[in-house]
Design a protein around this ligand. Sequence first.
Ligand SMILES: *Cc1c(COP(=O)(O)O)cnc(C)c1O
Length: 371
Amino acid sequence: MKVKQQLQQLKPYQPGKPIEEVKREYGLETVIKLASNENPYGCSPLVHDAIISELDHLALYPDGYSRSLREALAVHLGVEGKQLIFGNGSDEVVQIICRAFLQKGMNTVMATPTFPQYRHNAIIEGAEVREIPLRDGHHHLEAMLEAIDDNTRVVWICSPNNPTGTYVNDASLRSFLANVPKHVLVVIDEAYYEYVQAEDYPNTVALLQQYENIMILRTFSKAYGLAALRIGYGVAHEHVLRAIEPAREPFNTSRLAQVAALAALNDQPFIQQCVQKNKQGLNQFYSFCDQHGLRYYKSEGNFILIDFGFSGDEVFTYLLQRGIIVRSGCALGFPTAVRITVGSTEQNEIIIHALTNMLKERRERFCGETF
Ligand SMILES: *Cc1c(COP(=O)(O)O)cnc(C)c1O
């Protein structure tokens, strides 16, 4: 048998170690997972009741059009219901876009390092991937523009960018869009939208009135705390979505996901509380970094990329042995960094305490004595 040639150059996604496995392996009672940018406060309590009521209907297929959720989300965003497409996580919307737009002979432009699923799905479709290195941790939009040609079909902007936490500001995005040819779809992945604090962060939904060739991606997995249920969405022009709709599986989001997302959407005070605590959590990490002279990018998401100046794998292993799971930068294109999800105040204190000890132990090892 022979699978598609493109698959041979891809590695399967390496998921982080599950909490239970880390407990067993290191004989630990408590393990903190701050590796996948999940919400440390879970989801809105309203979600639980919504799911319990839905349990009576598990024999029935879900509404393939997600009518109730679609109507509520359209009102929430100020768009038409027809301007929304739902996916089994926004991951699946990325997949649908690639299925619909990309094939051999076409190319797609993205930053690097960025969220890996754009590249992964583009390669499966046989498209050429043009990766433009970040400049100072930010999308290099001028270089991305230069990489666009007649065969470019999709450009990806991840803002806030995973794993740096940096964003594309309103003025930069506008001048970029003004220069992108009309035959190119610009996908703006805003998975961390709810967490953003920057005043000059663009209102991309409003930009849909000016540009037909953009699609905004958001998700219920991060601030809404529903990562387990897999539901995300795209916002775009109606005719764009009508054109790509055949590439979507008819029942791609489950009943539980739809009712949970609807309940979560209706609890905006919960989101506001999480966003507030996330802001305080980021400040805990900023002061730790400043105290120790560690470099980091100011983050608009619920995670922070910290440069330790030595192998990210070493930091990862040190923390893992102490029951804290983070993401090593080695797999993310930043070999001397780790990406840490902002946890609860207490979780942040625990990890900062461990990191402080790690730095102290290293200093002692290298200097032979403490000062
Ligand atoms: C987490 C994440 C997603 C995917 O989220 P889903 O769980 O598939 O909705 C998409 N983009 C970025 C940048 C992310 O970090």
